[in-house]
Design a protein around this ligand. Structure first.
Ligand code: PFF
Length: 436
């Protein structure tokens, strides 16, 4: 994304932002984190955070980027000269992108392994117990996960070097709706399994006794992770949005698409979890253990399995490209290296961290936890404070209305950005640390 040529139309922006947002976070992470955090109660809090904090932060990032016509580092320099402090948002974003990609690439590698297994028809003849063993043997081994992780990082680097927009975003406009279609077919098959009701009520019937400070923090972290917030990715896309576009509508559409995919993934997975006697809190392997069971029960399951894992892999790729882009933009802008060199160095260092994630699951888990639950929401506080207090109502309104029609509810939006979002995020942190 060297050239600031602008997206040709609204669909271009939505597709690019959704390409970053929709990924493993929706299909791999959302169901397993929900499964570990009490089901329906988690879903309810998650949805609340998406609407009350996710959409406003997404909107703020788009707004900052478009107003400044710069990526995240430059944006704060242009909009708040003299307040060097806000540079920290960019710095935290780069750190988070680096750490996220190092575990994200490992999981993306699993999708390659599962594409290979599905294609070779090695999932088709297995019982639920055998599928569980298959996953745990594979994910706790070293060389194969490592190999696929490296392959995935090499592909990500190749795409970032070649330019994002011309290549895979064009394809993802066709492929992502296809992924949605497969998920819907999976949902239909899943809810018709024996014992599906139990899964649906786990997902949709909140058990309020399950709510505690961990559940709340996980829901907040997942909202940031899933919408790709807190690291300037969306701000960079915002800088390519034309003034005639309605930013609020864009923010709502992206958030809606992202949430829809996550909830549908839940509908596909939980009925099957209960039908096949899998534990909902099985952890990061949940999707990889559950879905093959549904494929095995379906007509044409072989083809759906192959198609699904390929598309999941592509969804992961469109997200990882946006993550590597943040790191590369930092290296080119701050260290003044050429793009190609920056990509190779960035991808290489992330791969090294990825190797540690493969070897030490505790690192994998702690990178995942710290980035989504701490770094991203912390940037979120600063982003909302920046738009709420520094830009203020007049500038915010002017930018949001640049397409020529009035935005309603600006008062509510400012209230959220100035007061509600920063305080709510801070309270979630403090509560989780047992400080309140
Ligand atoms: N939002 C992506 C997903 O849900 O898979 C993951 C991700 C991409 C997180 C980019 C953060 C980010 F900046």
């Amino acid at each position: 994304m060297d050239q600031r040529d602008g997206f040709s139309n609204k669909f271009g922006v939505i597709a690019a932002a959704a390409g970053s947002a929709i990924g493993l976070g929706n299909i791999w992470r959302f169901p397993y984190v929900l499964g570990q955090n009490g089901g329906g109660a988690f879903l309810l809090i998650y949805l609340f955070f998406i609407v009350a904090i996710g959409v406003p932060v997404l909107l703020s990032e788009l707004l900052i980027g478009r107003k400044a016509q710069q990526g995240v580092f430059g944006a704060f320099r242009v909009l708040a000269p003299g307040f060097k402090f806000f540079k920290i948002v960019g710095v935290m974003g780069v750190g988070a992108a680096f750490l996220i990609l190092s575990f994200y690439a490992v999981v993306a590698g699993w999708t390659i392994e599962y594409t290979v297994l599905a294609t070779a028809n090695q999932l088709g003849d297995k019982s639920p117990a055998e599928l569980a063993t298959l996953f745990s043997d594979f994910s706790s081994s070293f060389w194969r996960p490592l190999f696929y992780m490296v392959v995935f990082m090499a592909l990500t680097a190749a795409i970032v070097m070649g330019g994002v927009k011309n290549g895979i975003e064009k394809y993802s406009k066709i492929l992502m709706p296809l992924l949605l279609l497969i998920i819907i077919v999976l949902c239909i098959n899943s809810v018709t399994l024996d014992g599906a009701m139990q899964g649906l009520s786990f997902l949709f019937k909140p058990d309020f006794s399950k709510i505690n400070s961990d559940v709340i923090l996980e829901a907040l972290g997942q909202a940031f992770f899933s919408l790709s917030l807190g690291m300037g990715i969306i701000a960079t896309y915002g800088s390519y949005v034309q003034k005639k576009e309605n930013l609020l509508q864009t923010a709502v559409s992206v958030s809606f698409a992202d949430t829809l995919i996550a909830v549908l993934a839940g509908v596909a997975i939980f009925p099957a979890v209960f039908a096949f006697g899998i534990k909902p809190d099985a952890g990061p392997g949940l999707v990889f253990v559950t879905l093959p069971n549904i494929f095995n029960q379906m007509m044409g399951g072989y083809f759906f399995a192959v198609g699904f894992f390929i598309l999941l892999f592509i969804a992961a790729l469109t997200s990882s490209v946006s993550l590597l882009e943040v790191v590369v933009a930092y290296i080119t802008e701050e260290l003044k290296l050429k793009r190609k060199k920056a990509t190779i160095i960035g991808a290489f260092l992330i791969t090294v961290f990825g190797i540690f994630c493969v070897a030490y699951p505790v690192l994998f888990t702690s990178f995942e936890w710290t980035t989504s639950n701490i770094l991203l929401p912390l940037s979120g506080i600063l982003i909302t404070i920046f738009v709420g207090w520094f830009l203020g109502k007049k500038q915010t309104r002017a930018e949001l209305e640049s397409h020529g029609s009035k935005i309603r509810m600006i008062g509510l939006l400012m209230l959220i950005l100035k007061i509600f979002a920063p305080i709510a995020i801070a309270l979630v942190f403090l509560n989780n640390l047992n400080l309140i």
